[in-house]
Design a protein around this ligand. Structure first.
Ligand code: SAM
Length: 285
């Protein structure tokens, strides 16, 4: 029998590059107060979350991003107790944060409650912590920027698990926000933000790194391979008031099985290719 005509869902990654994924069906498709939310069954990566046409996460590879955005800062800090996740409405980041026994409380501030509801319904594996509602987890539906601005000397680690710098996420990519986050952090706190692709978003990567450096005494970039993101090479910017990942090894012993993270990967992630060092040094044209 002829292969049925495949339908595709396409992300316009840049004006000149797209990624299309064959989908068997679209399970959910609605405009929330903040963004267009879609859930689709993709052939290549399984169930897929799409926000405003941007591929966010999928069951086949979500663990790369969620393990790397959380365990790298949480194993750099010697004893993280208070953690803030901004965004992260699918629940993957807080699921990973809660693996750390030292964490006494994690606040998740997500602006769009519909993303949380959709995650619980369609992605129970990723939203496991949201469904379990452990006492250590506190979910707040609101703007992460306002939350940070109203907070001082509160958190050991802040993780900005945001969407792209469009719509509600735009204000999360500003020096003003990083300054407010630094104030919300304790004296030895760490801020990490997902910072797009060093191949496809070089001006943004350069600008965010420069803004972090104007706020934090230690600023580092680290990399991970994320297949549904532009170019597959993704970076994270880490700002630290005291601990330097280039000078101290990550703490060992996170409970549970990992699919991507380990301490060797965590250390190697900070080894940057020459072109990435150039992007950080010189503002791209
Ligand atoms: N965790 C996924 C991944 O693996 O990349 C994607 C990130 S998560 C879905 C991005 C979230 O950031 C969205 O749910 C979006 O609603 C949220 N967000 C965007 N701007 C925000 C803001 N200013 N405050 C709080 N949440 C925000």
């Amino acid at each position: 029998m002829m292969e049925q005509e495949l339908q595709y869902i396409t992300e316009q990654q840049t004006p000149y590059a797209r990624l299309s994924l064959a989908v068997d069906r679209v399970l959910y498709d609605t405009q929330s107060e903040f963004q267009h939310i879609q859930v689709a069954e993709s052939r290549q990566f399984g169930r897929l979350l799409v926000l405003d046409g941007v591929f966010q996460t999928s069951l086949a590879e979500e663990w790369v991003y969620h393990e790397m955005i959380t365990h790298v800062p949480l194993t750099l800090h010697p004893n993280p107790k208070r953690v803030l996740v901004i965004g992260g409405g699918d629940g993957g980041s807080v699921r990973e944060v809660l693996r750390h026994p030292s964490v006494e409380r994690v606040d998740m501030v997500e602006i769009d409650g519909e993303v949380v509801r959709v995650a619980k319904e369609y992605f129970p594996q990723i939203a496991a912590a949201l469904l379990a509602e452990p006492e250590r987890l506190h979910v707040k539906i609101g703007d992460g920027i306002a939350h940070v601005k109203a907070t001082r000397d509160e958190y050991d680690v802040i993780i900005v698990d945001c969407s792209d710098p469009i719509g509600p996420g735009e204000g999360l990519f500003t020096r003003e926000f990083y300054q407010a986050a630094a104030t919300a952090l304790k004296a030895d706190g760490i801020l990490v933000q997902q910072t797009e692709s060093p191949f496809m978003h070089q001006k943004l990567v350069h600008g965010v790194f420069a803004a972090f450096r104007s706020v934090f005494p230690i600023t580092r970039l680290y990399l991970a391979s994320i297949p549904i993101y532009p170019s597959g090479l993704h970076c994270f910017t880490l700002g630290s008031k005291q601990y330097d990942p280039l000078r101290q090894p990550p703490r060992e012993g996170i409970p549970g099985d990992m699919h991507y993270y380990n301490s060797a990967v965590a250390r190697a992630a900070f080894a940057l290719p020459e072109f990435v060092k150039d992007v950080l040094r010189n503002r791209p044209e």
